[in-house]
Design a protein around this ligand. Sequence first.
Ligand code: NDP
Length: 335
Amino acid sequence: NKQVIFRDYVVGFPKESDFIITSVTIRLKLPQGSNGVLLKTLYLSCDPFMRMLMDSQPSAFSYFPGSLLFGYGVGKVLESAHSDFNEGDLVWGMLKWEEYSVVEDPANFIKIHHTDVPLSYYTGILGMPGITAYFGFHDICSPKKGEYVFVSAASGAVGQLVGQLAKLMGCYVVGSAGSKEKIELLKNKFGFDEVFNYKEEHDLNAALKRCFPEGIDIYFENVGGKTLDAVLLNMRPHGRIAVCGMISQYNLNQSEGVHNLMHLVLQRIRMEGFSAPDYFHLNANFLEAMLPYIREGKISYVEDTVHGLESGPAALIGLFSGRNIGKQVVAISTE
Ligand code: NDP
């Protein structure tokens, strides 16, 4: 059973050497007296929040040095002693980074019933990032047709969806990303109206003024820092900022200051953070909305897949240099 161990707390950017790949021999059987499930890992998800669990400040969810890494993933039940699960069930939820797991408390797993779409989608468009994009946009941003929407980290797991959902609402959508290839995807595959490569703009305020001469109604915040500061200067009255994440800050010892917060007052802007698990209980409504979009080709989804647990650490840390193009998935097994 191949596993990925978290070596020690991380300061600054995580490195491959912060993780150890090991292999242990196990019996593919639930232990005697278990009330849980034996799970085969199919796909693991690389998500930016995992960096926050690597910090040394103690939190209920932190990774502990020497323990197994965990994160969202898709698995298949090989054996079950739990009344809610049967052999063969497909689930997504928090999985350990190993090929096979005994999960004593599977109650938080979400069962997968729709398999006419790729199973890996339950790490992305139909999983936690999808729920983030869908409810973050519709619930927190209260979008209206014709509004001006800006999305940062726009080609990623969450951003590519927010942009397409905003287009389906009839909004004008601009996205920023960090490479030529990503910019082309935004424009040609996801249908963003306007795009810019933030790494090539020496003045983000000017770039936003160019793309939004009349200002921004909705900002879907994925990156924080200088981008947020520039956005604040360009918000329209009664604009909304959904604070999904601030990836530019996760590897800093101290967060950068934001200077233009007074614009929240001047423009009567609502800025609100949210967390995907708050919406997991609405999964059925979410699937009802999202599955037809996928089946009818109204939304497309780009994944970046690496294969095998040994490729996982590099893929995970690649999120922080923008190596991933689309949703970063680690495929462990296809059946
Ligand atoms: P992505 O798939 O977008 O991957 C991360 C991307 O962030 C990279 O590809 C890179 O793209 C960009 N990035 C990395 N470093 C920086 C930087 N210093 N400045 C600007 N951009 C950077 O990740 P997700 O879509 O999964 O996550 C996007 C955001 O949403 C994150 O902030 C994450 O924490 C947050 N999130 C929040 C959730 C919630 O419940 N609130 C749930 C899920 C995600 P590029 O090449 O364009 O720079």
